[in-house]
Ligand binder design. Structure first.
Ligand SMILES: Cc1cc2nc3c(=O)[nH]c(=O)nc-3n(C[C@H](O)[C@H](O)[C@H](O)COP(=O)(O)OP(=O)(O)OC[C@H]3O[C@@H](n4cnc5c(N)ncnc54)[C@H](O)[C@@H]3O)c2cc1C
Length: 348
């Protein structure tokens, strides 16, 4: 039976970052990524914002954990560099974030300290507009290029549904679960993990002409976000409209939320671009599963000897997973010594 230094369960952004950091640490490591191909990773289904998080999230953390801002910023810049090196098409101008409530002066101050954010365009007239030092990319394209890169560096991939205790896991000296919102499917809840699945709806709408606008728009108050791609628009959010039914790992479409998203989009496009609603149509609609924690911060948990879980990214996986996976690898390779901030995320 072939032996591996690491078996990683999960083929999303976190699983692939774990492999990436491991190989940066030691390029000779033997790594196997196992994934259940019926459980499509959120990393393939998301809206493609590589951001430090929503404004509501930044507001929340700024007072309690101001040091998180620089971590998130470091994360986004590092992923941008990787995406560029993988030749992914990225929208670099960042995402214009519309907020329609006053930001705390500290958060305001932080964003105002960036020179280029002062160039606000007409989108700013809606309310406060800020750029959260991010970018966007097609998540599936990014992930597939990333997997290919890992594969070229020797990572093996195996499609198989797995549970802790599965005999094939004994092929690995260490096992890392990067299964995010699928803790129920992996029976990881028995280890006391408080990561709950939350489904998120998203739809792609085609609009009559190219919008010509590169900005991404995140509208935190309504928990709605838009992303414009030529003459298409992605719209997602509104989970709170039917939160009970969205507390699931079923990848179904929620009609109530999808209808509300479409109504919101047609109204927005009418007000902003005078697009007649009959010319706007839905191309595609889908959902994905996120892993939520009560404070919306991810966790690393030791499960049993030489097995760990990393996840609970609470809708901010693109903006967080590079950093936290790197810290976990540092921890494992330095006899459980951690860097300054890792302890805030690590549950023994
Ligand atoms: C609709 C939607 C929009 C989003 N938009 C954004 C956004 O714009 N920006 C942002 O930062 N974040 C966004 N997110 C959140 C982001 O996608 C996630 O935080 C991130 O992708 C989590 O990555 P992950 O690798 O930890 O988990 P996932 O990508 O979910 O990967 C989990 C992996 O575990 C595997 N797995 C699970 N159980 C088993 C098992 N029993 N056996 C084997 N394999 C198993 C799955 O097959 C999968 O490969 C969005 C999420 C959704 C659903």
């Amino acid at each position: 039976m072939k032996k591996y230094d690491y078996i990683i369960v999960g083929n999303g952004i976190s699983g692939n970052f774990l492999a990436h950091h491991l190989l940066n640490y030691d390029s000779k490591l033997k790594i196997l990524i196992i994934f259940d191909d019926q459980l499509i990773p959120a990393s393939e289904l998301n809206a493609g914002f590589f951001t430090m998080g929503s404004f509501s999230f930044l507001e929340k953390i700024y007072n309690e954990k101001p040091w998180l801002i620089s971590i998130l910023q470091e994360n986004v810049l590092a992923v941008k560099k990787l995406a560029k090196s993988l030749s992914c098409t990225i929208i670099e101008k960042g995402s214009l974030t519309i907020v329609d409530y006053p930001l705390t002066s500290k958060v305001n101050e932080f964003f105002d300290s960036f020179e280029y954010l002062k160039e606000k365009d007409s989108w700013g007239k809606i309310n406060g507009v800020y750029n959260s030092i991010d970018f966007s990319a097609n998540p599936k394209v990014f992930l597939n290029s990333f997997r290919k890169f890992n594969q070229q560096r020797g990572v093996e991939y195996l499609s198989k549904s797995i549970l802790p205790g599965d005999s094939s896991l004994s092929q690995g000296k260490r096992v890392l679960f990067a299964t995010n919102g699928f803790t129920q499917n992996t029976s990881l809840n028995k280890f006391g993990l408080a990561v709950q699945p939350q489904r998120a709806q998203i739809q792609e709408i085609s609009v009559p002409t190219r919008l010509g606008a590169s900005p991404n728009i995140y509208h935190p108050e309504h928990r709605i976000y838009f992303r414009f791609i030529e003459n298409k628009m992605l719209i997602g959010g509104l989970r709170t409209l039917d939160s009970k039914n969205e507390n699931t790992t079923e990848m179904e479409v929620n009609e109530k939320i999808q209808t509300a998203l479409f109504d919101y989009a047609t109204k927005f496009l009418d007000e902003k671009f005078s697009f007649p609603s009959e010319q706007i149509k839905i191309n595609n609609q889908w959902s994905g599963i996120m892993g939520f924690t009560s404070d919306e911060l991810p966790v690393v948990k030791s499960l049993e000897k030489n097995a760990y879980y990393i996840g609970g990214f609470s809708g901010h996986g693109n903006g967080f997973s590079y950093w936290l996976t790197r810290e976990l690898i540092y921890f494992l390779n330095n006899s459980n010594k951690s860097s300054q901030y890792f302890k805030h995320f690590y549950l023994k």
